[in-house]
Design a binder for this molecule. Structure first.
Ligand code: GLC
Ligand code: CA
Length: 542
């Protein structure tokens, strides 16, 4: 294996690329991406030369058998591959092909709920006395026939569905087709730990864990309290706090149980989808012993509820960085992303004034300059934006009560041909702007793709960026600036201007030249103790 990172620290020093398997590369013309397609595109991600993107690992959104009510986040068999994507043999080949290139492979582990078509749930719902009854949450209706508590599902509506067969309700934090597994039942825990071992034995390097913080709930499933910040007109599903269904104190014990399984396998790692306050996210690392998750996602940069205006504001960005730094335990590091399969893409999200692409460029330097493990989302490296989907082509069932997620899940745009190099058939979701493709950007030094390649390469060449501490600077209004420093290594100053006018950044004596920037004109304007940053630009200074 060509190992460009220091062995088992891949998850600490590497850059991980999230693939939404349905949308990366189709090889059989059915319009749906597949594992063979990912294998065929691995050289694009990392072929060991400067021509490839240069990432270190891949996280695949779920690839397991599933009725696809939530596009794979409703798993009906944790130990196999959905036929749309391939089979176990294709997965084994994907693992081997990744490892040949020094790429790590993380699968998506969905512990909170299965599909209602999983044999466990089919058994569980069949009778009050079925041995699997307690593998899920079944409760009597209230005397008036209403659901057992007031919880609101993440996708809206009650978290409870009444089942005629036994006259009880079952709990689902998401869609009714996604019943919650009961992690207070040791048999469930053992079965789910077995799932982790099954894939780790096959050679995967770890997992992204879906909604980690919801796995354990209040033992009595007590009502959730009202959200004091909610005002009429806000989304009804945010009317209650999630106090008794998310980040409940003993969820951290479930995390430690998972970690113990992961530790049976040398070099494996887990990153959790975690939400809540900074302190809550920090706790997922397991405190001083660091016996929790290796990494816990911090989504504060992409919080959908944030008005666009404050989302790209230096005060806000500086605050997120310092809060995250202050709340991860010593020896751990934050984990950030600007895009994923659940949120509008940054190039569109921050495009209210037509400057989305510029902000996306600056975000690349920010993300890869921060102390933490960066996660990129396929297509981000070419500046893909959200795609307007005609009503009749919408797919995401969660859209019924929430903003749908189809716009950020459209196929990867490899070239400008009719099938975008993605498929020879008709794609499961429509394509975006035909001007935004890998082919068009490969040879263009000014393209987003070239920028990402440069930044990824620079990061890899800089021990301070990969491993150094982070010190915030007070560099002036509308400026985010920090220094990454490591004993005996050249420090790197990362700075960005969030304003639409130029800003002067105080950089201090030691820093003398712009090593990398979003805007090639910056080099000429750099002088001594200050650097003039053009509107929305970002730089690395040595
Ligand atoms: C996570 C996933 C999302 C999914 C949900 C339920 O938030 O990222 O896509 O719908 O969990 O599994
Ligand atoms: Ca296919």
């Amino acid at each position: 294996m060509t190992d460009h990172l220091t062995g088992e620290n891949w998850w600490r020093e590497g850059v991980i690329y999230q693939i939404y398997p349905r949308s990366f590369q189709d090889t059989n013309g059915d319009g749906i991406g597949d594992l063979q397609g990912i294998i065929d595109r691995l050289d694009y991600l990392n072929d060991g030369t400067d021509d490839s993107l240069g990432v270190d690992g891949i996280w695949l959104s779920p690839t397991f058998p599933s009725p696809m009510k939530d596009f794979g986040y409703d798993v009906s068999d944790y130990l196999d591959v959905h036929p749309d994507f391939g089979d176990l043999a294709t997965m084994d080949r994907l693992i081997a092909e990744c490892h040949k290139r020094g790429l790590r492979l993380m699968l998506d582990f969905v512990p909170n709920h299965s599909s209602d078509q999983h044999p466990w749930f089919i058994e569980s719902r069949s009778s009050l006395t079925n041995p699997k009854r307690d593998w899920y949450y079944w409760r009597e209706p209230k005397p008036d026939g209403t659901p057992p508590n007031n919880w609101i599902a993440v996708f809206g509506g009650p978290t409870w569905t009444y089942d005629e067969t036994t006259g009880q309700y079952y709990l689902h934090s998401f869609l009714a087709e996604q019943p919650d597994l009961n992690w207070r039942n040791p048999e469930v825990v053992a079965a789910m730990h077995g799932v982790l071992r099954f894939w780790l034995r096959r050679g995967v390097d770890g997992f992204r864990i879906d909604v980690m913080g919801m796995v354990l709930k209040h033992p009595e499933l007590a009502d959730n309290p009202p959200n004091p910040k909610w005002v009429p007109g806000d989304r009804t599903r945010l009317q209650l706090l999630r106090t008794n269904m998310q980040n409940y104190p003993d969820v951290y014990d479930a995390v430690k149980g998972i970690r113990a399984v992961i530790d049976e396998f040398h070099g494996a790692a887990v990153v959790g989808e975690t939400s809540g306050t900074f302190a809550e996210i920090g706790r997922f690392y397991g405190g001083d012993e660091l016996d929790g998750l290796h990494l816990a996602f911090n989504f504060h940069f992409i919080n959908q509820r944030e008005p666009v205006i404050t989302a790209w504001d230096a005060v806000r960005l500086n605050q997120i960085i310092s809060d995250a730094e202050a709340t991860v335990p010593a020896g751990a590091q934050p984990c950030y992303a600007f895009n994923n399969h659940d949120r509008p893409r940054i190039a569109s999200r921050l495009d209210h004034d037509g400057h989305g692409q510029e902000r996306a460029r600056a975000a690349a330097l920010l993300l890869l300059g921060l102390r933490g493990t960066p996660f990129l989302y396929y297509g981000e490296e070419i500046g893909m934006g959200d795609v307007d989907i005609p009503e009749h082509m919408l797919q995401d069932p969660a859209r019924i009560r929430t903003e749908g997620r189809d716009p950020e899940r459209t196929p990867m745009q490899w070239d400008a041909t009719a099938g975008r190099g993605f498929t020879t058939g008709s794609p499961w979701l429509p394509f975006g702007d035909e001007a935004i493709t890998v082919a068009a950007q490969t040879a263009d030094p000014a393209s987003m793709l070239s920028l990402y390649r440069r930044v990824l390469r620079f990061r890899k060449s800089s021990p301070a960026l990969m491993r150094g501490a982070l010190r915030m600077l007070d560099a002036g209004a509308d400026v985010v600036a920090f220094v990454r420093e490591l004993d005996g290594e050249a420090p790197v100053l990362v700075a960005l201007n969030t304003a639409l006018e130029p800003r002067s950044v105080k950089v201090g004596a030691g820093f003398t030249r712009v090593a990398l920037s979003t805007d090639p004109s910056i080099e000429a304007r750099f002088n001594g103790g200050a650097c003039i940053l053009p509107p929305l630009a970002a730089v690395y200074i040595l």
